[in-house]
Design a protein around this ligand. Structure first.
Ligand code: DAH
Length: 343
């Protein structure tokens, strides 16, 4: 009888140990079988009534079962502890092989990229990069540049494009003003380029903005001619757009140069054959230039009998639009990431 009971007890105890999920539950099962009032203790106590021989036999069997179950309890307890540990580790687990979160890095604006490239090319030809103020006086923006008082650009009313300030002065309408500022403080010979933002009252469209960027150039020495200008500007376009680039010079008029020139670049889309980009002319107007007017030298305190020089001014926005085939100048100032992220 007792033997069968032990077998059954062993089976049931093992089953219950297996089922437990936590240490508390395991403890309850332990008490049920091995505790002071547990089933095995009760059996041992009840052995007193049995005859000696039988008592010894069953007693040793019960003790064997006790030892057996103790080991099972210990194993289960280890198992549960291990699982708890794993759970904690899982929560705090760091996958050191996972790729890091990429910081959102910004990048340079296309106008800045082009400005830097242009500066680099001119610097390699001996030009120094100079800057000047965006708020100007009429003297630096107009008078000193030989622009007469009645020039339409100076019109304060609707005709003019200059933005005058209530407090006096104006937003510079071109970078040519820096020519005078530089010459006042420096003696020839020199070569400078002046990149900078300029401001105009415009009705905006795909090729007009109320502000944009120019690059002014000025080279002054004893024997400077249009030939020097042509060599420099041709070299610039070759390095900027590629070896095959061709330019042509055409007479033009600006009050601060004499003679005045306009520089055309062979159309990059049709190589001069004529297409919609160049209005069938084969050429694209790129910049104004000329030999510095004697009156400009006089304004800056130079003797025009000793010095000669060329000056030029080009639009950096236009250059950028041509380089990257951008069809609307307003995109530069829109802050639209769909546009900006392409650079
Ligand atoms: N300042 C002129 C403009 O804004 C561009 C220009 C033309 C600059 C001829 C020059 C020059 O230095 O010589 O349209």
């Amino acid at each position: 009888m007792a033997k069968i009971n032990l077998k059954l007890l062993k089976k049931e105890a093992q089953k219950e140990i297996k089922k437990t999920r936590d240490l508390k539950g395991l403890n309850e099962v332990f008490n049920k079988y091995l505790g002071k009032k547990g089933e095995l203790s009760l059996i041992l106590r009840s052995l007193k009534k049995l005859p000696k021989l039988r008592r010894a036999k069953i007693g040793s069997e019960v003790n064997e079962l006790k030892d057996f179950l103790k080991i099972k309890f210990e194993q289960k307890a280890e198992e549960i502890k291990e699982k708890i540990k794993q759970k904690i580790e899982e929560k705090e687990w760091i996958d050191i092989t996972a790729p890091g979160r990429k910081p959102a890095l910004g990048h340079l604006h296309p106008l800045t990229l082009v400005k830097r490239k242009v500066e680099e090319i001119f610097q390699s030809m001996g030009f120094t990069v100079i800057e000047g103020p965006e708020i100007e006086t009429e003297w630096y923006n107009f008078d000193a540049l030989n622009i007469p008082k009645d020039h339409p650009a100076r019109d304060i009313l609707s005709l003019g494009k200059t933005l005058y300030l209530k407090a006096g002065g104006l937003m510079r309408s071109h970078t040519s003003s820096v020519q005078i500022r530089y010459m006042e403080k420096n003696n020839p010979p020199f070569r400078i380029v002046v990149p900078g933002r300029i401001f105009r009252q415009e009705s905006t469209d795909s090729s007009h903005e109320i502000n944009f960027y120019q690059l002014e150039g000025l080279m002054v020495d004893k024997n400077i001619s249009v030939a020097n200008f042509k060599a420099i500007i041709e070299e610039f376009f070759r390095r900027f757009f590629g070896k095959d680039t061709k330019i042509r010079l055409r007479p033009s008029y600006f009050p601060f140069v004499e003679p005045g020139l306009e520089v055309d670049l062979i159309c990059l889309s049709c190589q001069g054959k004529g297409c919609s980009v160049c209005s069938q002319t084969g050429w694209l107007e790129m910049l104004g230039a000329g030999m510095v007017h004697p009156n400009v030298f006089k304004s800056a305190g130079y003797n025009p009998k000793f010095w000669q020089g060329f000056a030029f001014g080009m639009g950096l926005d236009r250059l950028t639009m041509m380089k990257y085939k951008i069809n609307d100048i307003r995109l530069f100032y829109s802050g639209d990431l769909r546009f900006l992220n392409q650079f």
